[in-house]
Design a protein around this ligand. Structure first.
Ligand SMILES: Nc1ncnc2c1ncn2[C@@H]1O[C@H](COP(=O)(O)OP(=O)(O)OP(=O)(O)O)[C@@H](O)[C@H]1O
Length: 621
């Protein structure tokens, strides 16, 4: 037996792993299974590509064997294996540049250093978290001689010739105090399912199963071998190999949903970054979609090894309804949550994934309109959220969102609205601020109806907030009809300006209403109603001000809208004719209050409103 010392860096790394590293020692199993899976991948590749290996048997499997009595656990594979040289090189030195890099950055401060290690894999050496002695018996594919490597993880290792009937590697762990908890078949199955369920190779567990012996009326231990993982990294298989049902079953297995998904997008990226994504859109929006404590639905894998399933960093919040898998070749296995937030690899995958999901949705909208409508019925609102959180994809989102409108039944797209624009129409118009029925009967829409122009009915609670930040679709401005600036758009050049003629009345209304209004002016947007209110471009709408106040913002001043009166309305011309009659003051308030009521704003002073109404009623009866 030859005694060898660890490379200094290995000793350093081992100290770190054992003393300050992992808060979850269970991940040792994930690391060792991942090594086995890599070894199987390598041999598979060789048997497929290298003539020298083509005739070798390849029966890929990973075997976990538990000896509860002796407190040992073995992890064995039929992979590429290692010869003496490999064992010395791989399990005694640190060849990987990543780990070297990591060690170079160590500061000596245990806390800082253990944060740092999250960025690098420590792989095999994590076995020493749970074992005080590790034996590796390995035989390289194509060679006859096997070797045993033994270490206590302190100063070095011994290596000697050994026997192994087939090529592959066996890692034998003599479990320490910390590791004893893993000498439990139930616990092992749980860990395998959690982290390695989709490792592409079957993982078997051999253990003593307690079974009831009816004849002898007692339970007895029977040595049993069972497969413990699903062994199906479905997303890694090529699209042409997979049938619709395969996708659907997998969706159900990862989500627990009993319904089929609406659609799925399966992508394999090769190039500077290698990763596979398989995203699903559930046919019904998840029940917690609008709760702040929603659960995310995308699982992160690294090289088919499960890493985490509740990382909010994987996709932007507005796509939280998406379910599925991201599997990266480039992230380290023990990437931590903190690191995910600023990881360049993940940022690139995320950006590309969002683009992919949105462009696939666009395809569906174009080619399967009926399916797309089902999608919109569930997810129109999260897409709208994207308008204010995902600036880079705003154009695409605007194309994907669907709208109610004054021109069509059901829902319509902005592209269609644009194609229906009237000759001379300057902008695309929309109305926000209340229930659909309130919006559809708003006096603000009268002029558009008269001119045959389409107006979008934005009756969703969040529309007000979201669309106030969107000024354009393509090259066309998007404008709210209750903003004073839309007035300019609607002016008919041919029509004379009526403000001058109305000036005496306007002045009187201003005096009566005082501070309650910002301005009074002649309207160009009214047909059947005598008055309406609008707000300035940069001001929140009246409805928005109400919402802000309801949310507890105390310093919102009382609404001070601009009152517009309809020069062509009978009430207005009659009032103009009344001159200094005190009834004009009552009428001023009624014109303002009725406009506010139609905007969904409750009366500030109902008693005065009723008194004025009655005075005027009295005159007219
Ligand atoms: N079961 C195994 N079969 C064959 N070779 C192995 C096995 N386990 C480890 N090795 C060899 O030992 C090397 C070091 O393993 P270790 O787990 O420390 O790092 P790694 O697997 O390269 O990196 P990471 O764990 O970050 O993926 C591996 O690269 C591989 O060459």
């Amino acid at each position: 037996m030859s005694k060898r010392e660890f490379q200094t860096e290995v000793s350093q790394l081992l100290q770190l792993i054992i003393h300050s590293l992992y808060s979850h020692p269970e991940i040792f199993l994930r690391e060792l299974i991942s090594n086995s899976s890599d070894a199987l991948d390598k041999l598979r590749h060789l048997t497929l590509t290298d003539d020298a290996y083509k005739t070798l048997p390849f029966d890929p499997r990973i075997d976990l064997e538990l000896d509860e009595e002796n407190k040992t656990l073995t992890i064995a594979d039929t992979g590429i294996g290692m010869n003496e040289e490999d064992l010395i090189a791989h399990l005694g030195t640190i060849a990987r540049s990543g780990t070297k890099n990591f060690l170079a950055q160590l500061s000596g401060d245990a806390r800082k250093d253990s944060n740092l290690i999250g960025q690098f894999g420590v792989g095999f050496y994590s076995a020493f978290m749970v074992a005080d002695r590790v034996e590796v018996i390995s035989r390289k594919a194509g060679e006859e001689q096997a070797w045993r490597w033994v270490s206590d993880g302190k100063s070095g290792f011994d290596i000697e010739a050994a026997e192994r009937s087939v090529a592959g590697t066996t890692v034998l762990l003599h479990l320490n105090e910390e590791g004893r908890q893993y000498a439990n078949s139930w616990r092992l199955q749980e860990i395998v399912k959690k982290y390695s369920n989709h490792i592409a190779f079957p993982i078997f567990l051999t253990y003593d199963k307690s079974e009831w012996n009816e004849a002898e009326k007692k339970s007895e231990k029977i040595r049993t071998t069972e497969q413990v993982n699903a062994a199906s990294a479905l997303w890694r298989r090529s699209k042409n190999e997979l049938k619709e049902d395969d996708y659907k079953e997998f969706y159900k297995s990862i989500t627990g949903d009993s319904e089929d998904p609406l659609f799925w997008f399966h992508t394999k990226a090769e190039g500077s970054l290698e990763y596979t994504t398989l995203f699903y859109v559930p046919s019904k929006a998840p029940f917690d979609l609008y709760q702040s404590e929603y659960r995310t639905g995308v699982k992160l894998y690294v090289k088919r090894v499960f890493i985490m399933d509740d990382a909010k960093e994987l996709l932007p919040q507005y796509l939280r309804f998406v379910r599925g898998v991201i599997d990266s070749e480039d992230l380290p296995l023990n990437v931590s949550r903190e690191i995910l937030q600023q990881n360049r690899v993940l940022t690139s995958i995320r950006t590309a994934s969002v683009k992919k999901i949105l462009s696939e949705l666009k395809n569906i909208a174009a080619n399967q309109p009926e399916q797309y409508l089902k999608f919109v019925a569930e997810y129109n609102r999260p897409l709208k959220e994207g308008l204010y959180s995902d600036f880079a994809n705003r154009e695409t989102l605007l194309d994907l969102i669907r709208f109610k409108s004054t021109k069509v039944e059901g829902l319509t797209s902005l592209a269609d609205v644009k194609s229906r624009m009237k000759e001379g129409q300057k902008s695309i118009y929309y109305i926000t601020g209340g229930a659909e029925s309130l919006l559809r009967t708003s006096p603000l829409l009268e002029i558009y109806k008269k001119k045959g122009m389409e107006v979008l009915i934005l009756d969703d609670e969040i529309d007000e907030i979201v669309f106030s930040g969107v000024d354009k679709y393509d090259d066309i401005e998007l404008k709210a009809v209750n903003k004073s600036s839309t007035n300019e758009d609607l002016k008919d050049e041919a029509e004379p300006d009526k403000t001058e003629a109305l000036k005496p009345l306007i002045d009187k209304l201003k005096i009566s209403l005082g501070d309650r209004v910002k301005e009074v002016r002649a309207s160009v947007r009214l047909a059947d109603s005598p008055s309406c209110i609008v707000t300035d471009e940069e001001e929140p709408s009246i409805k928005m001000q109400q919402m802000l106040r309801a949310m507890g913002q105390k310093d919102i001043p009382a609404p001070k809208p601009t009152l517009e009166i309809n020069p062509d309305h009978e009430i207005v011309s009659k009032l103009l004719a009344r001159g200094d009659d005190p009834i004009v003051e009552d009428a001023a308030w009624l014109l303002l209050d009725q406009a506010l009521l139609l905007e969904g704003v409750p009366l500030q002073d109902p008693a005065s409103f009723v008194q004025r109404l009655n005075r005027i009623l009295n005159l007219s009866i």
